[in-house]
Ligand binder design. Structure first.
Ligand code: NAD
Ligand code: USQ
Length: 406
């Protein structure tokens, strides 16, 4: 185990909050496959946002009921699905905890797109209220239940910010000397780049408070950008297929480029493409979550923070990689976001490595890159090309530069 955690490989009862989403669904199947009892809690807000935006997953995802039924019949295991809004249905969630007494909660259930969070005041307010509200409800309910439940939360690399140069980003904390000479270990300063990323910084403060005040056991995973679609479990049946977001709000960079490459749409590099970001494949996301639930922090220890990343890469290098594979050219577009045009990024991922993760790296992921491209090719008739361009601007100046109104 890592310094402040204990190794506990027993099968567990796990609530997967947001278990219908891109990361949550494959993780639910992975945990079930490994012998854990899984209960998915999700209010299907992501599917409703697709309706709001007039787009949908490139892959035809089955309803949660069909997904769960297919898995249960195929494997003889039992995943349950509960439709509940974590930001609104506090009493129902508390009742669920008391009834099910889970060992662990994996919390994916937040509005996770930075561009969506920046669309308008309405979207900013929704993202803050939903994400911070859901996280706080989960924490308050764990305390009120009186149960010793380990909470594993999906945070983001974006809490550290991308404006800094030099030095490896540590896992969550830095040692400082305070005015007066006192030495202290503090949370790494937060430099969020969007309202969405800001919610993850606010979450981190809530965790710090509840761990200190109520001795909750909390693990916060600062995850990089996830790429890929299927995992060994979701590939087992068409009805288990994972979602594939490609639109300007929810599509993340490498999956977007692979999809654009497969369809011959010029690869939309924002600005100079000098932004460096952390990446991880969806199969490794699922593995990391199991490692986290099997290595909970000891009671009384600070929030356990791990960087859930495989490697870092520069956006224009990712575009070039995909361009070489597909022959689709790059298209440099005015950056709709307010972010550093160029940034270096070095990140420690020592803790997951110590726990045994051997992450998938792009250099040796030829087959997996091909797989995403072939999925995009298979479902290309479902693509709405008009949804590819990002229509979210960080501020009025950005919108004006792109010739749009914010
Ligand atoms: P997603 O939108 O596909 O899944 C989130 C799920 O949570 C959805 O199914 C949604 O319906 C549900 N949800 C949202 N608010 C809810 C609420 N109030 N009550 C109940 N359910 C609710 O997102 P994802 O890509 O699977 O990301 C999952 C988590 O991982 C997020 O917290 C995100 O911030 C984090 N993360 C994602 C990435 C990535 O690249 N996708 C990278 C780093 C971190
Ligand atoms: N980008 C392009 N072209 C595109 C799309 C994106 O150049 O077509 C650039 C963006 O400007 C940005 C970078 O690629 O510099 C990454 O953008 P992204 O949309 O892939 O990722 P981001 O907005 O940071 O958000 C995603 C997830 C979020 C998660 C975060 C992890 O949606 O939930 O928290 O990745 S991280 O980036 O490490 O903070």
């Amino acid at each position: 185990p890592i310094s402040s955690s204990v190794s506990d490989n027993r099968p567990k009862k796990v609530l997967v909050l947001g278990g219908d989403g891109f990361c949550g669904w494959p993780t639910s199947l992975h945990l079930s496959d490994k012998g854990h009892e899984v209960i998915i809690v999700d209010n299907l807000s992501r599917r409703n946002i697709d309706t709001e935006l007039g787009c949908s997953s490139l892959t035809p995802i089955a309803t949660p009921q069909v997904r769960v039924d297919t898995w249960n019949k195929m494997t003889g295991k039992e995943i349950r699905f509960i439709n509940l809004d974590l930001a609104a249905d506090y009493d129902l969630f508390l009742q669920l905890l008391k009834q099910e007494k889970p060992d662990s909660i994996v919390h994916f259930a937040e509005q996770r797109a930075a561009p969506y969070s920046m669309k308008s005041s309405k979207h900013k307010r929704y993202t803050i209220n939903n994400n911070v509200g859901a996280t706080h409800n989960v924490l308050a309910a764990v305390v009120e239940s009186g149960l010793d439940i380990h909470l594993v939360h999906l945070g983001t690399m974006g809490v550290y910010g991308y404006g800094n140069s030099g030095g490896e980003i540590p896992e969550g904390y830095i040692d400082v000397v305070l005015p007066g000479g006192r030495e202290k270990r503090i949370l790494h300063p937060a430099y969020p780049g969007s309202i969405y990323h800001t919610t993850k910084c606010l979450d981190a403060l809530l965790f710090q408070f509840y761990v200190q005040n109520d001795q909750l056991r909390v693990t916060d995973l600062h995850q990089g950008i996830v790429w890929g679609t299927n995992t060994p479990q979701t590939a087992r049946d068409e009805r288990l297929v994972n979602r594939f977001d490609y639109d300007g709000d929810y599509g993340t960079v490498l999956n977007r480029f692979l999809m654009q490459g497969a369809l011959g749409i010029p690869l939309t590099v924002y600005g100079t493409g000098g932004q460096t970001r952390a990446l991880i494949h969806i199969t490794d996301t699922s593995k990391c979550i199991e490692l986290a639930i099997n290595n909970p922090p000891k009671a009384g220890s600070p929030v356990e923070i791990l960087n859930q990343v495989a490697e870092t890469a520069r956006v224009r290098d990712l575009a070039q990689l995909v361009s070489q594979k597909t022959g689709t050219p790059l298209q440099f577009v005015t950056n709709p976001r307010n972010e550093a045009a160029e940034n270096p990024l070095q990140v420690s991922n020592q803790k997951f490595k110590l726990l045994g993760l051997d992450p998938i790296l792009l250099d040796s992921a030829e087959g997996l890159l091909e797989e995403v491209k072939s999925i995009a090719d298979k479902y290309k008739d479902r693509c709405d090309v008009s949804a590819v361009v990002s229509k979210s601007y960080w501020n009025k100046a950005r919108a004006a530069a792109a010739g749009q109104s914010a």
